[in-house]
Ligand binder design. Structure first.
Ligand code: SIN
Length: 502
């Protein structure tokens, strides 16, 4: 699909400006070849609701072919490359991503809806995982362990697990792919990626650049499909040794059960319901900035978004007033317009969920302080909803119990630290949590008490390549990024060398 082929004039105009129009492709990449079958599925451009393009709709047998090729690719790649060689390949890929960041970001805006500055930020964030794991590749150390037996040495080897099935979400179409495949490629694995059906184009651009960087073609496979059943081959095929998934808890549990049929290693980065706590000793201006950063990033469509904002009664009025003032400066619109600070949601379902959460809360006594409507000056067919703020929210409301995944800030009031810790932990999820306080003892106490895998203290920004990302409870298993990320794609082999005196 080229700019000339898309029927969407907004998209066509933007695609014409790409320096590398070939990066926009709806093809699959299997067994070293780009393939475009007759069967396709539509991808929508969220600001108009119009079709952006038609993408290869691959079948279960295509996954079988891809996995078979990846198995051969893995055996060659893992034995014929050194850690330093793999590091060099990743560095080359990083350079190509950065050199093409504006084109990738444009494609990302067209399929996901986020603003251009957010998209450029995401591409740089995506690239940071590639450079991080290019460095980590050379540090896949094993151990030498003092043995309890005489004349014996125990060694451990970190070895690549094998073919990895990678299933990624639409909210970060670039970063969630690199966060998974950079460590896999670094350690010597091959990958079969099932990109999200909402945002498959960014994935294809990244795969093109990976091949240009010299990643062997049978080591990386991209298989878009709308057929979820077909994609489950990644969880059942015995040749796949690892499944990494980011998405909802329901789907994650389903895929984990399938993967356990052949005892695959799994990483599951699942749903969240992040508490965001503002104590009465907090710097309120900082807390408002933190809430803006983590609630409205990607129009509220991140797993680590503040989902429940708890504010101490003593500072409730000040915080709410300042948050409303700041939210009212946001400009909703098409992501490629320079003045836009909030893009549309990815689809109509996303908009409906925000509306449902607002209606439910208001019907149970909450007050809609701001937003709640579709902004006036946007395309009515686009998937838009204004950033919204509710006060008087209580734990019986849907917003308290479900991830909204949209630009809705629900504010709860509290009086004591014990009360708010108990409210914050009253969720089956445990991905991110945030709090604002100047008291160092409280900072240590609350960081330890929050039941989540990631805690932001006096900041709304917690994601970075060097920091381990992952949840507890029903938010998942495994850690992505950081010095722990390689282990998710490795096996530890213990080698006992006996009778060294013989
Ligand atoms: C996510 O929402 O799944 C990822 C967010 C991040 O990496 O910050």
């Amino acid at each position: 699909m080229t700019a000339a082929e898309t029927a969407n004039p907004t998209a066509a105009a933007a695609l014409k400006r790409l320096s590398r129009p070939d990066l926009f492709t709806g093809s699959a990449f299997i067994d070293g070849k780009w393939v475009q079958p007759d069967k396709t599925f539509p991808v929508y451009e969220p600001s108009t609701g119009e079709v952006l393009g038609a993408v290869a709709n691959m079948s279960r047998s295509d996954f079988v072919t891809g996995i078979r090729s990846a198995d051969i690719g893995f055996r060659n790649y893992s034995t014929s490359t050194t850690a330093h060689g793999r590091s060099a390949l990743l560095k080359k890929w990083y350079d190509l991503i950065i050199a093409n960041k504006d084109d990738i970001a444009t494609i990302l805006v067209l399929e996901n809806g986020k603003t251009l500055s957010e998209a450029v930020g995401e591409v740089v964030y995506a690239a940071s995982f590639v450079s991080w794991f290019a460095e980590e590749a050379t540090r896949a150390y094993g151990d030498v362990i003092p043995s309890s037996m005489p004349n014996t040495t125990v060694l451990t080897l970190m070895q690549p697990v094998g073919v990895c099935g990678i299933i990624t979400p639409w909210n970060f179409p670039a970063a969630m792919i690199t966060r998974k495949i950079a460590p896999a490629l670094a350690v010597g694995c091959s990958v079969v990626i099932k990109p999200p059906s909402e945002t498959p184009y960014t994935a294809a651009a990244l795969v093109k650049l990976a091949i240009e960087a010299g990643i062997p073609p049978t080591v990386i496979h991209l298989i878009p499909t709308k057929d979820r059943e077909a994609a489950t081959e990644l969880c059942t095929n015995p040749a796949v040794k690892k499944v990494s998934f980011t998405g909802s808890t329901n789907v994650g549990v389903f895929l984990s059960k399938l993967a356990m049929g052949t005892m695959k290693k799994i990483s599951m980065e699942l749903g969240g319901n992040a508490p965001f706590i503002v104590f009465d000793d907090a710097d309120i201006d900082l807390a408002v900035l933190g809430a803006m950063a983590c609630k409205f990033r990607c129009s509220g469509q991140t797993c680590v978004c503040a989902n429940r904002i708890f504010v101490h009664n003593k500072v409730l009025h000040e915080f709410t007033k300042k948050l409303i003032a700041m939210v009212s400066t946001l400009k909703v619109g098409f992501g490629l317009d320079k003045s836009t600070t909030q893009g549309p949601l990815v689809n109509r379902d996303g908009v409906n969920k925000v509306k449902q959460h607002i209606e439910d809360a208001v019907s149970k006594g909450a007050k809609l302080e701001f937003g709640g409507t579709v902004p006036q000056d946007v395309n009515p067919n686009g998937f838009f909803i204004a950033p919204s703020i509710l006060t008087g929210v209580t734990k019986d409301m849907l917003v308290a119990n479900e991830e909204t995944f949209g630009p809705l800030a629900p504010i709860f009031a509290f009086d004591t630290e014990d009360e708010v810790i108990s409210l914050a932990n009253d969720s089956e999820f445990g991905l991110a949590g945030y709090f604002f306080s100047k008291d160092v003892n409280r900072i240590l106490r609350v960081s330890s008490a929050l039941e989540c895998g990631l805690v932001g203290v006096n900041t709304g920004k917690i994601s970075a390549a060097e920091s381990p990302f992952g949840g507890v409870k029903e938010s998942g298993v495994g850690r992505e990024g950081s010095k722990y990320g390689l282990a998710e794609y490795s096996i530890i082999k213990a080698v006992t060398i006996g009778n060294t005196n013989a």
